[in-house]
Design a protein around this ligand. Structure first.
Ligand code: FMN
Length: 190
């Protein structure tokens, strides 16, 4: 698929299935992410690939995060809600957790590192789309959880910026390209 077609075709697919990108395809997707623009060549992106049985282990981490946050709110954990958290990583055969490493300086402030990691994440989505896979960028409470960050082996200063769910789009669940309305968003100057 050419780049412009992939850019227009990319959609968020909430449920993905096998086959997952692996081998050369997964390498190509990760290499595309690492080809993102990056002020100062800081390479601030970090990627953790979660697949197979690792997804069940990740589900246990999400269940623990849910139990802890319920306890912090002074609530009894709800078994159904906990099971929903446990099942979330099973929505796709591969998940790539993406984080921005701590750092920044006068020339490249932290916001620009985050911008580079967002560009890398978009490259992940677009490379997956171009290779015929479906993808979805998710965040939510787990992205802001030190428990998740530590469990995935990210460094203490790393900031999770997303979980990219990857896999094949189930038959009949292809989404049409979204219509992008530019009204009021673009102008020429002066
Ligand atoms: C930083 C970021 C975080 C996101 N987090 C979530 C999320 O936690 N849950 C979710 O359903 N979608 C999430 N999305 C995906 C958006 O919901 C999705 O891109 C939007 O609905 C537009 O749909 P499209 O991607 O098919 O064009 C996120 C997107 C971005 C850029």
């Amino acid at each position: 698929m050419d780049a412009i077609t992939a850019l227009h075709a990319r959609r968020s697919h909430p449920v993905l299935t096998d086959p997952a990108p692996s081998g050369g395809d997964l390498d190509a997707i990760l290499a595309a992410a690492a080809a993102a623009p990056d002020h100062g060549r800081h390479r601030p992106w970090r990627f953790v690939v979660i697949k197979g049985a690792g997804r069940k282990a990740f589900g246990e981490v999400l269940a623990e995060v849910y139990r802890r946050s319920a306890a912090q709110r002074g609530e009894q954990p709800n078994a159904a809600a906990e099971d929903r958290e446990r099942a979330k990583p099973l929505r796709a055969p591969v998940i790539i957790a993406v984080a921005c490493a701590a750092g920044g300086d006068e020339k490249v402030p932290h916001a620009e590192r985050l911008a580079a990691v967002a560009a890398a994440t978009q490259n992940l989505l677009l490379a997956a789309t171009a290779l015929g896979y479906g993808a979805m960028w998710r965040t939510g409470a787990p992205a802001r959880s030190a428990t998740v960050r530590d469990a995935l082996g990210f460094a203490p200063g790393d900031e999770i910026t997303g979980f990219v769910y990857l896999g094949s789009i189930p038959d009949g669940q292809e989404l049409p390209p979204a219509r992008r309305n530019l009204d009021g968003l673009v102008r020429e100057w002066p």
